[in-house]
Ligand binder design. Sequence first.
Ligand code: 5GP
Length: 224
Amino acid sequence: MIKTKKQGLLVVISAPSGAGKGTIINRMLEKNKDLWLSISATSRPMRTNDEEGKTYYFYTKEEFENKIKEDYFLEYAIYANNYYGTPKKYIQEHLNNGQDVILEIEIQGAMQVKKLIPEALFVFIMPPSLKELKQRLVGRGTDSKEKILERFKIAYREMNEVTKYNYVVINDEIEEATEKVLSIIKAEKCRVDRIEEVFLNTEEEYMHEMLVDKELDNEPLNIN
Ligand code: 5GP
């Protein structure tokens, strides 16, 4: 009786560094094979855990700036003195195939996407407390003290922007937070604005269906 849009959902997920967003997204991808994670481009140096084309596409600053000129990005931003951007390529293709596309991006980029695609879903992941956030940033041990302080400052500013998102999930516990984000996506796909077509019969046909029980030899039902 109802045909919903086959098109996948664009899901933008942001969080301050250290909120556990990466782990949640990895769990989401393991649990739901219909999700596709967009791989971003960046000009930041590779870290030990990075892999070209898997965590990011790594470019020099100049290469990145050339890509900006070529209109290669859906959005891009400078974060902690480095460029980050979402390649446009493949996103529409995956959405058309009915896959939900995840963009794991920071807030300036998220707000650019909101302007371009207001019907996208915007989810913000919060650390459970400032203390926990600090521990996670320090515990990672991949950055210098200055870098950590810089990220801590940015994180503070970002957390104040949470109201620009549609949903907020507090990452107290990974599994629960993962389930919450997956449930938000599921619920979002049931929204009435995703209905493409409603094919209802005429009221007469509809009432006929109600009043005549074919399996009971067309005995009229008494619905009074
Ligand atoms: P990291 O260097 O720790 O991997 O990422 C730093 C920040 O950049 C994170 O908040 C991450 O979500 C964000 N980021 C990653 N890819 C993109 C992107 O394509 N666009 C934007 N705007 N931010 C991104």
